[in-house]
Design a protein around this ligand. Structure first.
Ligand code: FMN
Length: 228
């Protein structure tokens, strides 16, 4: 792994990690936040962007195509709005069909071993609502436990989520800030600037700056100021 893209003998730029972003939003035309997040990363060199609802509006997922995409990348980022404390339906269908026994898990199911699994998600609720004493009682990371265990079963490394909280009252400027931060994070992952060890115990990857070097400033209750 290197911090910089390398140029191979054929002149093509090679990055430290090949990143695949799977977007799942059933009504992108109405989206304020995911649309902007998408625009910040979809044209990044070395990053493959795949809009699942656009590809499969009737839920007829092409399993071999999805498996080939996963096999040819090192990191998969699931970008989606939080729906009923979970993912939009197509992403569940994607898991049910694509993560096959004998391919993703089971004795001979080793295709995904060592790859990284991460969620980039948007939530209507503020971060203060996602804690024990809050309205939603659980943190977003806790709510993602079934997905974390799915990654574990496939031998993958589960990274803390990047969460954009409080989408409903968010100003265009705030959305822009989150989009810029998302872009920096994806670039850092791609370029080998993110160390797993420094992130794994975080509740959200937003709790450090995108390069994982410096804790972000928090209020007295430990909740990031931008997420209240
Ligand atoms: C069907 C549905 C379920 C939702 N469930 C949740 C939820 O469980 N928790 C939450 O904080 N927001 C929830 N929301 C709010 C969305 O997460 C929010 O509108 C979205 O993240 C905004 O992103 P967008 O502008 O890209 O659509 C839900 C919205 C819909 C339509």
């Amino acid at each position: 792994m290197t911090d910089r893209p390398e140029t191979s003998g054929d002149g093509a730029v090679r990055f430290a990690r090949r990143v695949l972003i799977l977007l799942a939003h059933p009504a992108l035309e109405k989206s304020r936040v995911n649309r902007r997040l998408m625009a910040a990363v979809r044209d990044l060199p070395g990053v493959t962007f795949h809009d699942l609802y656009q590809a499969y509006p009737n839920f007829h997922i092409r399993v071999e195509r999805e498996q080939a995409l996963l096999a040819s990348h090192d990191v998969v980022i699931f970008q989606h709005p939080l729906f009923w404390y979970s993912t939009p339906a197509l992403l569940k269908e994607w898991q049910d069909l694509v993560l096959q026994h004998g391919w993703a898990y089971g004795t001979d199911g080793t295709a995904l071993r060592g790859k990284w699994w991460m969620h980039v998600l948007t939530a209507g609720g503020r971060r203060s609502a996602y804690r024990r004493e809050g309205y939603n009682r659980y943190t977003v990371r806790e709510l993602l436990v079934p997905l974390q265990q799915t990654a574990n079963l496939c031998g993958m490394e589960f990274l803390p989520p990047f969460v954009v909280h409080g989408t409903l009252g968010m100003t265009p400027g705030q959305i822009e800030d989150h989009a810029a931060e998302y872009r920096v994070l994806v670039e850092a992952i791609r370029d080998g600037g993110v160390e797993l060890g420094s992130l794994q115990n975080l509740d959200q990857v937003n709790d450090r700056d995108a390069l994982g070097k410096r804790p972000r400033e928090t209020g007295t209750d430990g909740v990031s100021n931008d997420a209240r």
